[in-house]
Design a protein around this ligand. Structure first.
Ligand SMILES: O=C(O)CCC(=O)C(=O)O
Ligand SMILES: [Fe+2]
Length: 359
C-alpha cells in the first residue's frame, strides 16, 4: 500500500461516465474510500474563479477588526449555527482547537419548511463591511454541493447500485450543508504557553456524517494511513480532499471507512493557513438504514474486524431513526438549554466537542 493519499482525476468521469476511463475513475474512488477513506480529487467542475473568490473573501473577513467579527458570533445565530466562531471556541476530545471559523449554510428564507429547526435559517454575513462575501461564499457552496451530488452518483455506481439510487435515498429534497471557513494562525514562539504550542489546529477526530469535501490553501492536514501512520496531505491547487464520515461508514457496513485526521498549526515563520470543509450531509428526514449490499462480495474477516474496531471508539450502537435525530443530538451538545423534540433513539457519535452556547 502506498504511503500517499490516492489522487484521482475526475475529468474522464465528467467527459463520459460510461467510457472505460470513466469507469476506471468510479473504481478508483471506490477503492480509495474503501481503504484510506480519503482521496484527492482534481479537475472538478468547481471553477478556479469561485475558489479564488472564496479564499480572498475569507482572508478579508478574518482581517476585519475583532468587534466586527464578534458582532456576527454564532451564539447570535441560534440553532441555525451560522456566523463567527472565535479562536479557541471549539474543542476536540476536550482539548481546545486553535483556529477561528466562519460558519455558513444555504440561505433559507423565513418561509422554508424547516426554518427554526437546527441548522436551518439565515446566515450572518458582514454585508456592510464586505459586500461581495455573501455571493462569493454562497456561489462556492452551490458549486461544491453539486460536486457532492455527483460524487453520490459515483458512490452509487461503485456499489453497483443504480446511478440515482443513493441520491434519491439520501439527498432529497436537499442535502444538509454545513460549510466552514477556518483560519489557523501560526505559533507565536515568544508568547504562547507550552500547552498551547503543543496544541493542534484541530485535534485527532473522525468526521460525523456522510461526506466531507475540503479545500485547503496550505499543508497541515494529516491523516492516518491504512497502516496507521500519520501522513501529510499534499496541497494541489484547486483540488479537493474528500473523505468518508462516520455515518457513511455505518451505512455501508464498514465498506467505506471513516478515518482519523488532525490539523497541525502553521510554524511560527509561516503565513496563516485557510481551509474550507463542506460537511455534505444527508437530507434532514433521511431514514438511517444500512444499505442492502448482498450483491457485492462480502467483506473479509479482517475488514469486518477493522470496522468493528473503528466503531468501538464511537458511541454508535444502533443505526435507526432519521438523520435529523443524529444532527439534533449534536446541536444539543452545543446548545444544551434548547428544548428539542424527542431525539432519543440515537446516541450520536459526536467526536467533536463544541463550545456550549446558552440559549
Ligand atoms: O482544516 C482542515 O484541513 C481539516 C478540517 C477538518 O478536519 C474538520 O473541520 O473536520
Ligand atoms: Fe475533519
Amino acid at each position: 500500500m502506498s504511503r500517499c493519499i490516492p489522487e484521482i482525476n475526475f475529468a474522464p468521469y465528467l467527459v463520459d461516465a460510461t467510457s472505460l476511463e470513466g469507469r476506471e475513475t468510479i473504481q478508483a474512488i471506490y477503492d480509495a474510500v474503501s481503504s484510506w477513506g480519503f482521496f484527492l480529487l482534481t479537475n472538478t467542475p468547481v471553477t478556479q474563479n469561485q475558489q479564488t473568490a472564496l479564499l480572498n473573501s475569507a482572508k478579508q473577513f478574518f482581517d476585519l477588526p475583532m468587534e466586527k467579527k464578534v458582532a456576527l458570533d454564532v451564539a447570535n445565530g441560534g440553532v441555525a449555527w451560522r456566523g463567527y466562531m472565535p479562536l479557541g471556541g471549539e474543542y476536540t476530545h476536550g482539548r481546545q482547537d486553535w483556529k477561528e471559523g466562519f460558519y455558513v449554510g444555504p440561505e433559507h428564507e423565513d418561509d422554508h419548511a424547516l426554518t427554526g429547526m437546527p441548522l436551518h435559517g439565515r446566515n450572518q454575513f458582514p454585508d456592510a463591511d464586505l459586500p461581495s462575501m455573501r455571493n462569493d461564499v454562497l456561489k462556492y457552496l452551490e458549486q461544491v454541493s453539486e460536486l457532492g451530488k455527483m460524487l453520490t452518483e459515483v458512490l452509487s455506481l461503485g456499489l453497483k447500485l443504480e446511478k440515482n439510487e443513493l441520491r434519491r435515498a439520501w439527498l432529497e429534497p436537499e442535502p444538509i450543508l454545513l460549510f466552514r471557513c477556518f483560519k489557523y494562525s501560526p505559533l507565536l514562539e515568544a508568547t504562547e504557553s507550552q500547552s498551547l504550542k503543543e496544541s493542534f489546529g484541530i485535534g485527532e477526530h473522525t468526521d460525523f456524517g456522510y461526506l466531507t469535501i475540503l479545500k485547503v490553501d496550505s499543508p497541515g492536514l494529516q491523516i492516518l494511513s491504512p497502516s496507521d501512520e500519520w501522513v501529510d496531505v499534499p496541497v494541489i491547487e484547486n483540488a479537493f480532499i474528500v473523505n468518508v464520515g462516520d455515518m457513511l461508514d455505518q451505512l455501508t457496513h464498514g465498506r467505506f471507512r471513516s478515518r482519523p485526521h488532525r490539523v497541525q498549526r502553521p510554524k511560527s515563520v509561516s503565513p496563516p493557513r485557510y481551509s474550507f470543509p463542506l460537511f455534505f450531509d444527508f437530507a434532514w428526514n433521511t431514514k438511517m438504514q444500512r444499505l442492502s449490499l448482498d450483491h457485492l462480495p462480502p467483506l473479509t474477516a479482517e475488514e469486518q474486524e477493522l470496522a468493528r474496531k473503528r466503531w468501538a471508539n464511537t458511541s454508535f450502537r444502533k443505526v435507526e431513526g432519521t438523520w435529523a435525530q443524529y444532527l439534533a443530538k449534536k446541536v444539543q451538545k452545543v446548545f444544551p438549554d434548547l428544548n428539542l423534540p424527542d431525539f432519543e433513539p440515537n446516541k450520536a457519535p459526536s467526536t467533536r466537542f463544541t463550545r456550549v452556547v446558552k440559549a
